[in-house]
Design a protein around this ligand. Sequence first.
Ligand SMILES: C[S@@+](CC[C@H](N)C(=O)[O-])C[C@H]1O[C@@H](n2cnc3c(N)ncnc32)[C@H](O)[C@@H]1O
Length: 328
Amino acid sequence: MNWEDIDWKALERLRAAFLQGTAGHADYWRSEHELAGYDATFAQRIGWKWDYVLAELTRRGWTPPPGELLDWGCGSGIAGRAFLDHFGVKSVGGLNLWDRSALAMRFAGERAAAKYPGLSVAMGLPAEPGILLISHVLTELKPEQAQQLADFAATASAVLWVEPGTYEASLALIAVRERLRTKLNVVAPCTHAAACGILAPGNEPHWCHHFAKPPPEIFIDGDWARFANFLGIDLGTLPVSFLVLDRRPAPAVPPGTVRVIGGPRMSKPEARLLACDASGVAQRHLARRTFPEEYRLLKKGRCDPLQVWECNRDAITSVRKFGGGAGE
Ligand SMILES: C[S@@+](CC[C@H](N)C(=O)[O-])C[C@H]1O[C@@H](n2cnc3c(N)ncnc32)[C@H](O)[C@@H]1O
């Protein structure tokens, strides 16, 4: 879409509904033009979150199971396209699109058909979800609808669920994880299938979120600057919460693998990192003197979310790069 044609007022209205939590009340898509504006802006940012999640899945050695893709609550269809761009059109038997908005399904279907000639694209809910993609819908569902969706997800061969990295969305996604972790295998972001450590007493201030990176060129792009100014959005921050489950066993991770949650807290002598593994979620300390290079990278904002550590109580004593696979 030509950015000159964007209906900024419509984007403002959508953003207000998303932020105020009123988006779930009724179908808000008014026109194809509005969907195109969303697709060029908000959806691109969501697509970068998907790119982050999909890159992590590849790093972990995960590949899609055979079957069709279902993009549930597809909106303009960015989740399906991000998946197909990452794994290739041949990785799936077809694309199914579902949304309460017929307009959105049609828009997403047309975009997918134009981008992937030959791909079978259908609208509606198939009897079996296959590979289920869910993106930025939880905040629009009532608790009982979210439970129904989680139960539907339990019948999928794999579930890739991406939400904003807010406290509320993260906790809602953790509730889904707890509901499903005995039915499907937990692939990511966790390194284990035990109960979520965020729910342990004392961890109430924390939530499971991570930071995706937008492409650097947007910071010198006048259109994106206008988008940021008009809507009051910080382009550099892309917090994301996500959950990936699979009917097949999850690819094994090397012993000592931790998932770093959120960003590090830096002080002069050390970095404090909130880390998750099967033993729970806990603050660990990385001493600058012992790990000058790791500390320097953290200070520059480069925090690898998957690392292999040894610890002595809360002190990190060894850091290795996560390469995926138990035999690393
Ligand atoms: C914020 S948009 C996200 C769209 C898309 N998944 C994305 O990530 O860009 C939420 C979408 O969920 C749809 N939706 C909300 N409630 C729904 C429901 N109960 N059943 C199906 N779709 C729903 C909306 O129509 C909208 O397209």
